[in-house]
Design a protein around this ligand. Sequence first.
Ligand code: CTP
Ligand code: CA
Length: 223
Amino acid sequence: DEAIKKSMPFYGKKVMVTAGPTYEAIDPVRFIGNHSSGKMGFALADELARLGADVTLIAGPTAQKSDQNVIRKDVVSAQQMFEACNSVFPETDITVMCAAVADYRPKTVAANKIKKQDSNLILELEKTVDILATLGQAKKADQILVGFALETNDEENYAKGKLEKKNLDLVVLNSLNDKGAGFKSDTNKITIFNRALERTVFEMKSKTDVAKDICSAILKIAK
Ligand code: CTP
Ligand code: CA
């Protein structure tokens, strides 16, 4: 009932989560994608909803099922994810960008299936919009913005750089060097940096438990 709802930590908070990969079309039958399973973002959306938030999940193509308490908007490309995020963001209190957004897309999408030729095929790629950086610029003082950083090397410096460059409140470092962490796995190992660049290192855990840790870190800085 209402009293129980009001006692929940994220009660009354509008939260946006992005999850999964994006697919960038090459022609009608092919795309450039990545190995993101969407598991981490979906676990986060579920946990935030369980803790009382009004959650909108912007999901790239995945096989994941979302909680019935989560409002879900499915998108395919980085551009579509950008447009969906832009329309939801002004109303949100907390945004967590977990999606593995493509950095590049084919400059032109062939109208017909590209036929195989004797020579090599060269695809020209252009940059997509950095959704998180754009939201970081638009962010109001009472909005919280959380980004992820997926790194294979010099990870802490790159993660801190992303926090500052994209104007984030927290960055969640996901190191692909840790066995059992990353894309397809059911477990993850994260390190969180706050704006003061203070570091919290977490153990390897299930993505559900990692989601709980991220929610606690958000609650610590919640406005
Ligand atoms: N991100 C985004 N839009 C993009 C690319 C990334 O919103 N076009 C977001 C991701 O959702 C993530 C964060 O930016 O929260 C960092 O993504 P990552 O790929 O680690 O970093 P990049 O800034 O893209 O830099 P690079 O891939 O070169 O490390
Ligand atoms: Ca990237």
